[in-house]
Design a protein around this ligand. Structure first.
Ligand SMILES: O=C(O)CCC(=O)C(=O)O
Length: 273
């Protein structure tokens, strides 16, 4: 089966309506691979996170530390990625350790789980799209029957078709494999969502950053990536995290960062204290 739009549901590329209900959100993820949680952050947090992110991106650019991404995550002058936002401003702790995100992580992945990475993608005018992918590309195929990770995308700007909203192949998680090279061009649908929404998607659903076709609109999204605890986090928190984050972290946050654990990541056979 090479055409996921046929494999999925026969209904075309539909996305589920937004919901704040966890049960409905989990059903959406089971059916479509994704769900949208509207108004997931209050206006003050949204504005603080947006300011902090654009400040960090501009500081990176001034210091020639900007990280670009596009098709191959490399060669695009308009799009920018900001890694490890947890160490850039305390407001990002509210996203990484948000009760909404943690509820989905516990329900979908179980507990303990790990925060693999939290970074931001800013699309810029004319910015290219990313390669179609599933997030658990590091899991050898055949994949287990359950998702090994979960992504919570925090929309800090409105995500629109024109400004490069993340594009999905809804239902593609049911194929339980990564897209093949000859499937890079399959039909996708933009997940349009107002600023302040969280787009929550499981690790097997195919997706990519969309083209930014605007003349002057940027699109900032913070992507918090969580996995079951058998995977090494993408970010090496023990080396990269600002000490203050750990110092004031909740027990759930310490678990997500690997400073509390069960079974793996122990110190002398026990969870780090
Ligand atoms: O920027 C986006 O919309 C998607 C980002 C993504 O899929 C990634 O960074 O792996």
């Amino acid at each position: 089966m090479t055409d996921p739009s046929v494999a999925i549901s026969g209904e075309g590329l539909l996305v589920p309506p937004p919901t704040r209900n966890l049960g409905q959100g989990l059903r959406n993820i089971a059916d479509y691979g994704l769900t949208v949680y509207p108004d997931a952050i209050d206006a003050d947090t949204l504005s603080a996170a947006r300011d902090a992110l654009y400040r960090a991106a501009s500081s990176d650019a001034k210091r020639q530390r900007a990280v670009k991404f596009s098709l191959d995550y490399g060669e695009d002058d308009s799009n920018a990625r900001v890694w490890n936002v947890l160490s850039r401003d305390p407001v990002f702790e509210e996203l990484a350790f948000s009760p909404i995100a943690i509820a989905y992580v516990k329900a979908l992945l179980g507990w303990p789980a790990l925060l693999g990475n939290i970074s931001a993608n800013i699309t810029g005018p004319g910015g290219g799209e990313m390669q179609l992918h599933a997030d658990q590309i590091f899991v050898p195929e055949p994949w287990p029957a359950n998702p090994q990770g979960l992504n919570v995308a925090w929309c800090l700007d409105d995500f629109t078709d024109a400004n490069g909203a993340t594009r999905f192949v809804p239902g593609s998680h049911k194929l339980n494999r990564a897209p093949r090279e000859d499937e890079a061009g399959v039909e996708t649908v933009p997940m349009e969502a107002p600023a302040g929404s969280a787009v929550i998607f499981e690790s097997r659903v195919w997706h990519k950053t969309g083209f930014n076709r605007t003349a002057d609109v940027r699109r900032a999204g913070v992507f918090a990536w969580y996995t079951t605890p058998i995977y090494r986090p993408q970010e090496n928190w023990f080396l990269s995290l600002k000490p203050e984050v750990r110092q004031f972290a909740s027990e759930d946050a310490l678990t997500l960062l690997g400073w509390r654990s069960e079974g793996l990541g122990l110190v002398n056979g026990a969870s780090p204290a």
